[in-house]
Design a protein around this ligand. Structure first.
Ligand SMILES: *Cc1c(COP(=O)(O)O)cnc(C)c1O
Length: 360
């Protein structure tokens, strides 16, 4: 069977070139007689793979030298705990922006370690927009400010970087990292689960300014201490070696394709294909405020929800899979990460038009 177009929110589509290279190298990596999966993480072959992955990510994102890059496990969800454990640094509260389901989970976890001040929330409109910074009630004594630049479930993206003055800015970039250039120096810490826009599930990338680490709350498990992980080059224990290798192949490919500015250009073009059509019809609707429409996750509803099942069935018959919306939002969601080819989005739009014609 030929490959389908996979619109899953995560684990998500990976670049075909990367899968093919991994296949070619699966059993015998570059003539060394074994698979990357079988290598000692302390052997010179694997150490070189991980060092190259880090170097390529640093180059892609322009990560300054005073930031550590960590490859951890536990998913973005573990960062909901690790961030307060490491970044409270003797302070008693942290600021959080609430723009949806992932923000809410981060807030809930942080409350176990200190007071959480919700600086603004878009819950009043079912998380369909992001509050402007002028509406945020920032606390100058907060340990850090946490936000979710792309809410994967609601499809709400913030395209500007909040200004938090001297208070470190922390971002859960799980579903928008590598989709456009970001000024890393504006952040204290960035984290992302890999399975959306980086690689396979099982790797979590953390980028943290080095002066912020080393002051964990009492009782922090050793594995959850950024300083321990940084001092050990993410090898305090066995890192998720194969996932890091695949992530490294993705970083190399993005560099070869022109880097993050080029990714942004393509992502604008791909998401516009969908949004332009959603705006041109009233058969479908986008629930998200114009200025916050995510380029990575595009939720949409059919005017008549009774047609949802039939829409999904027809989509599947055309090789367009995983379009069902998250249970908390309903409708449809097309996740169109870096690895989704423009042909996939065009095929989806063509199908949507055809479906409208026969059911409108
Ligand atoms: C997927 C996702 C998470 C959870 O990631 P896990 O790696 O499954 O823990 C957290 N935040 C955002 C924004 C996500 O998209």
């Amino acid at each position: 069977m030929e490959r389908i177009y996979n619109f899953s929110a995560g684990p998500a589509v990976l670049p075909r070139e990367v899968l093919e290279q991994a296949r070619d190298e699966l059993v015998n990596w570059q003539g060394c007689g074994m698979s990357v999966m079988e290598m000692s993480h302390r052997g010179k072959e694997y150490m070189a793979i991980q060092a190259q992955a880090e170097a390529d990510l640093r180059e892609l994102m322009g990560i300054p030298a005073n930031y550590k890059v960590l490859f951890l496990q536990g998913g973005a969800s573990s960062q909901f705990s690790m961030v307060p454990m490491n970044l409270l640094r003797g302070k008693t509260s942290a600021d959080y922006l609430n723009t949806g389901e992932w923000s809410k989970k981060a807030i809930k976890e942080a409350r176990k370690y200190g007071a959480v001040n919700v600086v603004a929330s878009s819950e009043d409109k079912n998380f369909s927009y992001a509050p402007a910074q002028s509406a945020w009630k920032l606390d100058p004594n907060a340990a850090y400010v946490h936000y979710t630049p792309n809410e994967t479930i609601g499809g709400v993206e913030i395209f500007w970087t909040p200004d938090t003055g001297a208070v470190p800015l922390v971002a859960d970039m799980s579903s928008c990292i590598l989709s456009r250039p970001m000024d890393v120096s504006r952040y204290g810490l960035i984290y992302a689960g890999a399975q959306k826009n980086i690689g396979p599930a099982g790797v979590t990338v953390v980028i943290v300014r080095e002066d912020l680490i080393g002051q964990t709350v009492a009782g922090t498990p050793t594995m959850f201490d950024y300083k321990v992980q940084a001092d050990a080059d993410s090898m305090y224990n066995t890192p998720p070696t194969y996932g890091i290798y695949i992530a490294g192949l993705v970083f190399k490919l993005l560099k070869a394709k022109g880097g993050l500015a080029e990714m942004e250009r393509v992502n604008v073009a791909k998401s516009s294909l969908l949004y332009d059509y959603l705006d041109a019809t009233d058969f479908y609707n986008s629930p998200v405020a114009m200025e916050n429409r995510s380029r990575m996750n595009v939720p949409f509803t059919l005017k008549d929800a009774a047609l949802d099942e039939e829409f999904l069935k027809g989509a599947k018959a055309r090789g367009l899979l995983q379009l069902k919306g998250h249970r908390s939002v309903g409708g449809m969601r097309a996740s169109i990460y870096n690895a989704m080819p423009v042909e996939g989005v065009q095929t989806l739009v063509d199908y949507m038009k055809e479906f409208e014609k026969s059911h409108g």
